[in-house]
Design a protein around this ligand. Structure first.
Ligand code: SUG
Length: 445
């Protein structure tokens, strides 16, 4: 049996974290638009989450934030002049454009890429496809730096393939691992990869009506082909359009899984029952299903509590822990459901850890949004850039760096400040030394 572990790479929350209401169909983002954010507190909450996972004995990685404001994005669409003028002109043309180029949205690393472990890929390498994120302009700015960062972290071509993002066209709209769940008897064994899409060209009428779908079936199929997955061990399934219309803009807001466990709401998928058989068949063993019924809690409870955006992690000594957002404990029905799950011997989840990631939650990003799962063998982990693997020393350096450079608060007016923009460049320059990612950012080249 192949030994491998899941390493979670969390997006380090960037110093420009703010609430701009940029994501239609993401209810938290819309509700908190225009609010005052707390970037320093946000980043420390994210780091505390990473350290909680480490305290369970798990290996934890860090993905760097991106260079924001992205003034080159403004120049690309015809704005010119000094930094101050760029910011002012962009604001006058459209305040949401200004907010977009400041967004710290790369923190939601579940959208950074789709990852297939080497046990699933015909060439025995780990395959990663950075997501093009073309459904929202502010997120479409992420993939060049994401691709570069992943190539600097997983640089050994004998073990890793970091593909280019899919074509920048709606037909291939891709949001990464947020719409992907891998099942396996254990992390190191060959798995069954489930790809979830919202929109299918073959069935255009079957889509959501109120809010946009962000992932196409064609994108899912392209990733499975590139990653050299065995077609008999790949499952495609459509999100329930009612779920998207209730605010489930990514599948990881309504379903999750770990090894043989599948946790989902009965309204997550267009076809739940046949889906379970389609996964269990090639897996060669029954799934441990945890299905929340409407009677347990509603779709609305799921979206407001973000319970399905928990991480289910396998502890090295055995057993599984649910890493859940505090908001799900605060919802009486959801909290009671979690208690039942933890005490039910028919599934391996035997502990819950409620975490405060409220700053990210207010933009629709829970614990699972903040991390990219990468299953690695010992050799693959050894070949990974060790500068981004969290230990006490790195955690201390990151804490000091955050304390030194991050604003306590950020509101819409601050986004017009060219001095803030310049000071952040110095901060990121320092960060590339801390994480051993020299030359990551465009301004360093
Ligand atoms: O793409 N929010 C992100 C949240 C992503 C959550 N990720 C997962 N579910 N995996 C999004 O909608 C809001 C930014 C703002 O409005 O300021 C935002 O981009």
């Amino acid at each position: 049996m192949m030994q491998a572990r899941e390493v979670n790479f969390d997006g380090l929350i960037g110093p420009t974290h703010n609430y701009a209401g940029l994501s239609p169909g993401n209810l938290a983002s819309a509700t908190n638009a225009g609010g005052v954010s707390k970037p320093k507190a946000a980043a420390l909450q994210g780091l505390a989450k990473m350290n909680t996972l480490r305290s369970l004995g798990l290996t934890q990685g860090v993905l760097p934030p991106q260079q924001r404001p992205d003034l080159s994005a403004l120049r690309a669409i015809g704005f010119s002049g000094s930094d101050e003028q760029l910011l002012r002109d962009a604001h006058e043309s459209d305040p949401t454009l200004l907010a977009a180029i400041w967004s710290a949205s790369s923190m939601w690393a579940a959208n950074a890429a789709t990852v297939s472990p080497s046990a699933d890929c015909a060439d025995g390498r780990v395959h990663l496809t950075p997501a093009n994120l073309i459904s929202n302009y502010h997120r479409s700015l992420e993939h060049p730096t994401t691709t570069r960062a992943l190539r600097m972290i997983f640089s050994d071509a004998s073990k890793f393939v970091v593909h280019d993002p899919l074509p920048q066209q709606m037909r291939y709209a891709d949001e990464g691992a947020a719409n992907h769940i891998r099942f396996a008897s254990s992390h190191g064994e060959p798995g069954v990869e489930m790809f979830v899409f919202g929109f299918d060209r073959e069935d255009p009428a079957g889509g959501a009506r109120r809010f946009p779908s962000r992932q196409t079936r064609a994108a899912c199929e392209a990733i499975a082909r590139r990653h050299l997955l065995d077609p008999a061990r790949v499952v495609y399934t459509r999100q329930h359009p009612d779920a998207i219309d209730a605010g489930v803009f990514h599948n990881d807001v309504i379903a999750t899984g770990n090894e043989g466990v599948f946790l989902f709401h009965e309204q997550a998928f267009a076809t739940s029952r046949s889906l379970v058989t389609d996964i269990a068949g090639p897996l060669g063993q029954p799934l441990k299903l945890i299905e929340a019924q409407d009677g347990d809690f509603t779709l609305e409870d799921a979206v407001s509590s973000y319970i399905f955006n928990s991480q289910i992690v396998t502890r090295p000594q055995g057993g599984m822990t649910l890493i859940a957002p505090l908001e799900s404990q605060e919802n009486e029905r959801v909290g009671a459901f979690v208690e039942r799950v933890v005490h039910d011997d028919r599934n391996p989840i035997d502990a819950v850890n409620y975490l405060d990631v409220r700053e990210s939650m207010r933009n629709g990003g829970g614990p699972a949004c903040l991390r990219l799962r990468v299953v690695l063998t010992d050799e693959e982990l050894a070949a990974t850039n060790q500068g981004v693997i969290l230990d006490d020393a790195l955690s201390d350096r990151l804490t000091a760096w955050i304390e030194k450079h991050y604003p306590d608060e950020l509101s819409a007016n601050d986004l017009l400040d060219p001095k803030l923009a310049r000071s952040l460049t110095d901060a990121l320059d320092e960060l590339t030394q801390i994480l051993d990612l020299p030359g990551l950012y465009p301004f360093q080249r």
